[in-house]
Design a protein around this ligand. Sequence first.
Ligand code: XMP
Length: 242
Amino acid sequence: MFKDVIFESASRSKSRVVIALDFTSKVKTRLSSSMRTLQEVSDYVAAVKLNYHLILPYGLKGISGLVEFCNKKGLPVIADLKLNDIHSTNKEVYRLLRYFGFGGVIVNPIVGYKEGMDALLRKDRGGFGVIFLVMTSNKGSDEFYGMDLDSRKLYHIFAEKAKAWKADGVIVSAKNTEAIRETRRIVGKDCIIFTPGVGAQGGEAEAAVSAGADFIIAGRAIIKSDNKINEIKKLNSVFQRF
Ligand code: XMP
């Protein structure tokens, strides 16, 4: 299971940080910057998250060396696609991501289960992680994710579906500790809570972790720092207090 894979990696590196390699530098040099950063920090992170920043300009083939490096180190690589499509497309994305060595994918579950998410939430997915977007950290997140529906909010339903459909994890903003607490209450212990939005976006790692987050996702706070390892250690230090 994905949970075993990522916690094994976390205990090897003694880290609960997932690094987002979100370089926005010139496309020509972006892959080499990512690779250099990865080589520098790979022993200090639990997993690597790749976003459109690399996947769009280079494609899965173009970044296969970077993914292979992570695989050799036992670091799960998560594709942050916020995937939200019909079965036939999701099935192909699943096949391609697995073929190119990815260990998981972030999805937006709003397409529903039947002929949608069922292509990813397969019983035989083994260690491949399917991670639901539950509550985002941008200012507009309340427009939909925080929408009031009688006595609950829309994101509560995503959390309920994560549990019911046996998603491996969920993404909940570090800037919304109430949402982290509520999500934990809904999903229980077995579903991993990843929290982005710390550092560059103003979320506080300590508050997010005390509210129940298992892993911190961080990009700019690390990759823009002159002392990347120190930044990662600072983020990790909040876990030792709980
Ligand atoms: P930074 O540089 O803000 O990068 O540490 C965060 C990464 O996580 C992705 N992501 C999100 N970020 N709220 C966020 O702040 C979310 O809800 C969210 N979901 C995913 C983001 O795209 C970047 O790669």
